[in-house]
Design a protein around this ligand. Structure first.
Ligand code: MTE
Ligand code: MO
Length: 410
């Protein structure tokens, strides 16, 4: 057994343990719910809780959705601790089970084809190139899919399939210029070290040439000042700031310039959204015009209170959270303590750049004991406002409604 298999076997053993515990919970009492071994969730139709695991290499306590290929979600409490998501709590998502378990950093090469000359670069050579660095949110297209109503198939994430990091690497433009961009090229394809186990398309994504050459798209080797964790794409990954992380190809080892349309499954068939404002169609709609998913939308979450929290009565309640503008900055965050009837402006935290999370805080006055619903609403720098009503599409992409956080004042 290799290293990761051993670790995954431990995860499975632990999962069995948790399942036994869950039976205990059903039979008699709430002790286990307080043991900290489950994350509580707010999904129509459940599950109401999911097991937490610390068994994956380089990862602390994560919400376990699937062992292999791994789907690990960040608990919401992590986002309350700072504007950046620590590497060991950063979510993990792979499509195919044959993921890199070990990478020989000396033998590794990044190849670039389709340019004026083929290029093959070692990590040592890449580390000598001019560097760029910025903060950016990495968010799965299907983040919050488990909250779709009616429900849709796909990974049933709550809100933790996202994270914010300070990325450092080389501008893709610098690398493409090394290869020499042919006048005929119109797009750039990206592939990594992971492989499907059957005869299906490898996970590859592509970007239009002008997007790839914008000087911001990055081939990153560092995240929050450290090398990338293996599960987050060591040694190199693509960063496409402002766009969903399906484009952020991990363990990137091949870049290809090409002409024409990309017919790979992952561009032509998967990750298609309705070509409507905010990818929104009435539930059940079929046969609409589609387009590949692209830029993210504005979102915000209250992180200082979990849904269902019991909070002691006081004149006012301090509320904290995080917001993102999508592919632009955060202009404004408002907070409500009455389920969206009235709003007050929150104070914004330090601006870490347009692609970063931005923290916010506010004081919500409390009139009386009892149930109340906290909410936050982000307005992006380009004026987009989070909708009160959820957008819907059959892929479960781009949910960004104002999230209710029901609490009990006692
Ligand atoms: N090589 C490779 N890169 C990939 C994927 C993959 O399956 N293989 N999944 C993508 C998707 S859909 C997501 S959400 C992000 C997840 O990034 P993370 O695991 O670092 O959080 O990686 C993207 N890059
Ligand atoms: Mo994703």
């Amino acid at each position: 057994m290799d290293r990761l298999d051993l670790l995954l076997a431990r995860t499975l053993a632990r999962r069995r343990l948790l399942a036994t515990g869950a039976l205990g919970l059903a039979a008699g009492g709430t002790a286990l719910a307080q043991s900290g071994k489950f994350a509580q969730l707010l999904m129509t139709g459940g599950p109401e809780q999911r097991p937490l695991t610390s068994a994956f290499p380089g990862k602390g306590e994560m919400i376990l959705l699937r062992n292999r290929p791994p789907l690990l979600e960040t608990p919401m409490s992590v986002f309350d601790e700072g504007v950046f998501t620590p590497n060991d709590r950063f979510f993990v998502r792979w499509h195919w089970a044959d993921i890199p378990l070990d990478v020989d950093a000396d033998a590794f090469r990044l190849t670039i084809t389709g340019g004026k000359q083929p290029v093959s670069l070692s990590l040592a050579e890449i580390l000598k190139l001019p560097r760029i660095s910025y903060a950016a949110v990495n968010q799965c297209s299907g983040n919050s899919r488990g909250l779709f109503d009616p429900r849709v198939p796909g990974a049933q994430w709550a809100h933790g399939a996202m994270g914010n990091a300070m990325w450092e690497g080389v501008a893709l433009k610098t690398l493409l210029e090394k290869a020499g961009v042919d006048a005929k090229a119109t797009a750039v394809r990206f592939g990594g070290l992971d492989k499907p186990l059957t005869q299906v398309d490898t996970f590859e994504k592509s970007l239009a040439l002008d997007h790839a050459m914008n000087g911001e798209v990055m081939v990153a080797f560092a995240m929050n000042g450290e090398q990338l964790p293996l599960l987050n794409g060591f040694p190199l990954r693509l960063i496409v700031p402002g766009w969903y992380s399906t484009y952020w190809v991990k363990s990137l080892n091949h870049i290809g310039l090409f002409t024409g349309k990309d017919s790979n499954y992952w561009m032509a068939k998967a990750y298609q959204i309705p070509d409507t404002p905010n990818a929104d169609v009435p539930p059940g709609t079929a046969g609409f015009a589609k387009t590949p998913i692209n830029a993210m939308n504005a979102r915000s979450w209250i992180t200082s209170a979990e849904p269902g929290a019991r909070i002691p009565m006081a004149a006012s309640l301090p509320v904290r959270g995080i917001a993102m503008g999508g592919d632009t900055g955060v202009k404004r965050v408002e907070v409500s303590g009455d389920g969206g009837k009235s709003w007050r402006d929150a104070k914004l935290g330090e601006d870490k750049g347009r692609y970063s999370f931005r923290r916010f805080e506010a004081e919500v006055p409390i009139a009386a004991k009892g149930a109340l619903t906290l909410m936050s609403r982000c307005t992006s720098s380009s004026g987009a406002v989070q909708p009160m009503k959820a957008n819907w599409n059959p892929g479960g992409y781009m949910l960004n409604r104002v999230e209710p956080c029901p609490v009990e004042i006692v």
